[in-house]
Design a protein around this ligand. Structure first.
Ligand code: HEM
Ligand code: HEM
Length: 242
């Protein structure tokens, strides 16, 4: 009964609670349209890159007949490269929006590692995910742990996948091509072409682990946390349950 405002206390219990629940929930506009559009395009391009990349590394059995009749691996590689361009151009657009968008648009690229309060919040989130505390804090933007994983896993890995992907792409385009000139330096730096293939392939599994944990956390927070989560990446608005 303590959460019920004074003017409602003389109403019968159930009615008072109904009224309290009916009071408008405060909402905050967090993710602007370009961030939301980028998020879902990025999720789509990574899904295509992961499936086609896996098939490039573990090709399907040989098709019967003339290779030119079906061009199966050709289409798989084409889809990989097209999604690769979308992913890379999307990241450039996202960096631009971090410069011109609201302050939440910058959260993906900045981590306040020198703030003690930030680390205390991270410990708190760990405890919440491990079911050790009954309630997490409320966050308007990303929660502190999400922010850490998004920068140190997602952003850095994405840069590596783009640079290594275009270095390999440059091998296909040929010596002296734009991709070879811009990214070809990575191949001798990492050893030789097969080393770049192996690390680029390993990157797939790191990305898969990130996405599995990210989607789990997003849906879990929506159900168990104190604020809207998935709908926030659709409408842009964060609403609070209490
Ligand atoms: C390949 C798949 C995905 C990747 C790589 C990915 C990556 C990301 C990244 C980098 C952000 C930070 C956005 C920013 O600040 O600009 C983010 C936020 C978010 N993502 Fe995803 N995402 C993926 C799929 C999904 C899916 C399927 C869902 C829904 C179930 C989802 C729900 C969310 C939500 C709710 C946020 C905002 C979290 C918050 O407010 O703290 N994501 N995602
Ligand atoms: C999330 C991002 C990405 C993932 C998960 C991914 C995944 C993969 C995987 C698993 C392979 C097979 C490696 C092997 O075993 O040899 C591959 C190959 C390749 N990827 Fe990616 N990739 C990504 C981004 C990119 C980008 C941005 C490009 C740029 C165009 C790119 C271009 C290539 C090329 C050229 C190959 C070699 C194709 C071949 O040898 O036939 N990738 N990728």
């Amino acid at each position: 009964m303590s959460a019920v405002p004074k003017e409602l206390r003389n109403l019968p219990g159930a009615d008072a609670h109904e009224l309290v629940r009916a009071t408008p929930i405060r909402s905050v506009y967090v993710y602007e349209a370009p961030v939301r559009l980028w998020h879902w395009m990025n999720a789509l391009s990574i899904t295509v890159l992961a499936v086609t990349g896996y098939l490039i590394g573990s090709p399907l059995p040989t098709m019967p007949g003339e290779a030119s009749d079906h061009f199966l691996m050709g289409y798989i590689r084409f889809a990989h490269f097209a999604a690769g361009y979308l992913f890379a151009v999307g990241m450039l657009g996202r960096v631009y929006w971090a410069l011109v968008g609201n302050h939440h648009a910058r959260e993906l690229f900045t981590v306040p590692i020198f703030s003690k309060a930030y680390w205390l919040d991270i410990v708190m989130m760990f405890k919440w995910y491990a079911f050790l505390i009954p309630q997490p804090n409320r966050y308007v933007g990303h929660n502190p742990l999400a922010r850490f994983a998004m920068f140190f896993v997602f952003v850095l890995l994405s840069v590596f996948m783009i640079v290594s992907g275009f270095a390999l792409y440059g091998e296909g385009l040929g010596m002296g091509s734009w991709a070879d000139k811009a990214f070809g330096w990575l191949i001798p730096l990492m050893g030789q072409s097969q080393d770049v293939h192996t690390w680029h392939h390993l990157g797939l599994w790191v990305m898969v682990i990130f996405v599995v944990l990210h989607v789990y956390a997003a849906i879990r927070e929506d159900i168990m946390g104190r604020q809207s989560v998935v709908s926030t990446m659709v409408s842009g608005y964060r609403t609070f349950k209490d």
